[in-house]
Design a protein around this ligand. Structure first.
Ligand code: NDP
Length: 435
């Protein structure tokens, strides 16, 4: 077999499209950055609040048009701060100690090795932020609130740059491509991700982006929003309970994801998806800039919840977290050879076992259910004055319903008749007895 034939066999042509093909890919590539900016225009002080005031929003738009669209979203200081932050994450990955773990087996045989030190990077970033705030006061840490549009632009710049670089890099010889990203249509492949694991030496860009720059920036943004609120209200002691809840929930979620860093190596993103615009933009821009909307809202629309509402929202979050974490742990432990809870399972012809009891016996994606409940708890502290702060949970429901269907297709292809058997035993997709 010649090397070209070997490459073709290893990287077969993709014959099916997701996301409505190149048209859908183009729409999301253009639309998602616009939505990120739109969330600022429809929910900010400059546009008169959330929902916006028609006149204030028109004035804000006119000012932007007068200044020139590009100049109104460009902020050199924000770009430099963002690049400095990204460089900090890379340096921390390189210098902080960490265990080396193996990912799942690759089509080429063997497996990639990953350095696990995301939590250490996160703790470092948190310590620096807390030290700055302790020494110089909350007013010294309001940069992300003050330079919001510039920060969005900086992250979009990084997403586009990386997606383009990854797309071009994928054409170098002997690259392992994602099975879903080799259609030959440049718009689609650029979006969905062509190369499976773009890396520079042992630095794997996809897993790095999944867990570090986006998640850690999200928390720093939240902290910055709490500082902006503190500055307006006369000190950290005056920060509202709603703001503390949002910050606490999201710090917990990010800390938990980084504490369980190795779990990411069995996710769809790492195993199957290539690194293209979808994942670059999702991790680098979308997560920090849209998931922090609630905290940003609470800066200019502070809300005191009181002990009863605070406790109820805490309860919703704890319920979601419990389902999310125990379902993910159940599967991870089982897939790593453990079965302390004596879970029932079926053998598949393909070799893997599928759990049919416990959380994975109640629905085929109990972990998504927990995630959705938590997402709801993160919007509740903003009250019910505007639907816009419920953007995150609404988007997340759509994302996870779509993701479940993608995963269902993947598993149907992989397991064939065994997947049908599993679906007969576990008929619900996400929400037991309902969906
Ligand atoms: P999952 O962790 O749910 O993994 C799905 C895979 O698990 C399947 O492809 C299959 O893989 C295996 N599997 C399916 N059913 C069973 C079973 N019964 N027993 C054993 N293995 C099974 O997928 P995701 O990567 O989508 O989600 C990981 C986490 O990340 C979730 O908690 C999700 O909520 C969260 N998430 C968060 C996002 C965010 O923006 N905050 C975005 C997306 C996800 P195999 O081929 O190995 O059998």
């Amino acid at each position: 077999m010649t090397s070209i034939e070997r490459r073709k066999e290893l990287n077969p042509k993709t014959t099916t499209y997701e996301f409505f093909g190149p048209f859908g890919a183009l729409l999301i590539t253009i639309g998602a950055p616009l939505v990120t900016y739109a969330l600022y225009l429809t929910c900010s002080e400059e546009s008169g609040g959330c929902p916006p005031n028609g006149l204030a929003m028109r004035t804000a738009l006119q000012n932007m048009a007068q200044q020139g669209w590009w100049m109104s979203v460009w902020d050199t200081e924000a770009m430099l701060v963002y690049l400095g932050f990204y460089a900090f994450c890379v340096v921390a990955w390189a210098v902080l100690p960490g265990r080396i773990v193996e990912g799942v087996p690759l089509r080429t045989g063997g497996a990639k090795k990953y350095k696990i030190n995301g939590l250490a990077t996160f703790i470092c970033a948190l310590c620096i932020a807390i030290a700055v705030i302790a020494i110089r006061g909350p007013e010294s840490f309001t940069f992300f609130y003050d330079h919001w549009i510039g920060i969005i632009t900086a992250t979009i710049f990084m997403s586009v740059l990386q997606s383009l670089a990854c797309y071009l890099h994928s054409f170098l010889p002997s690259k392992l491509l994602a099975l879903g990203g080799n259609t030959g249509n440049p718009i689609y492949d650029f979006f969905i991700g062509r190369e499976l694991n773009p890396s520079i030496g042992s630095f794997d860009l996809k897993s790095f982006n999944e867990l570090r720059p986006g998640l850690i920036l999200w928390v720093l943004i939240d902290i910055s929003m709490a500082c902006a609120q503190a500055t307006r209200r006369g000190g950290l002691a005056k920060v509202t309970d709603s703001m503390w809840l949002v910050v606490f929930f999201q710090v917990w979620y990010v800390g938990d994801s980084l504490y369980n860093e190795s779990a990411v190596f069995t996710t769809i993103d790492i195993i199957s998806d290539g690194l293209g615009f979808m994942l670059c933009f999702g991790c680098i821009t979308w997560i920090p800039c849209t998931f922090s909307l609630q905290a940003r809202y609470l800066v200019f629309a502070p809300l005191e919840l009181g002990p009863v509402n605070t406790s109820l929202i805490l309860l919703v979050n704890v319920t979601g977290y419990h389902i999310f974490r125990s379902a993910n742990n159940e599967k991870n432990d089982f897939r790593n050879g453990g079965n302390t809870r004596n879970l029932k399972y079926i053998h598949t012809a393909q070799g893997s076992k599928l759990i049919t009891s416990g959380w994975w016996g109640r629905s085929r994606h109990p972990n998504y259910l927990g995630d959705i409940i938590m997402a709801f708890a993160w919007s509740l502290p903003t009250g019910f004055n505007t639907p816009i702060t419920y953007f995150y949970v609404t988007y997340f429901v759509i994302l996870l319903i779509h993701r479940e269907r993608r995963d269902d297709d993947k598993c149907a292809g992989k397991y064939g008749a065994d997947w049908k058997t599993y679906k007969r035993i576990v008929p619900y997709r996400i929400l037991p007895l309902v969906y």
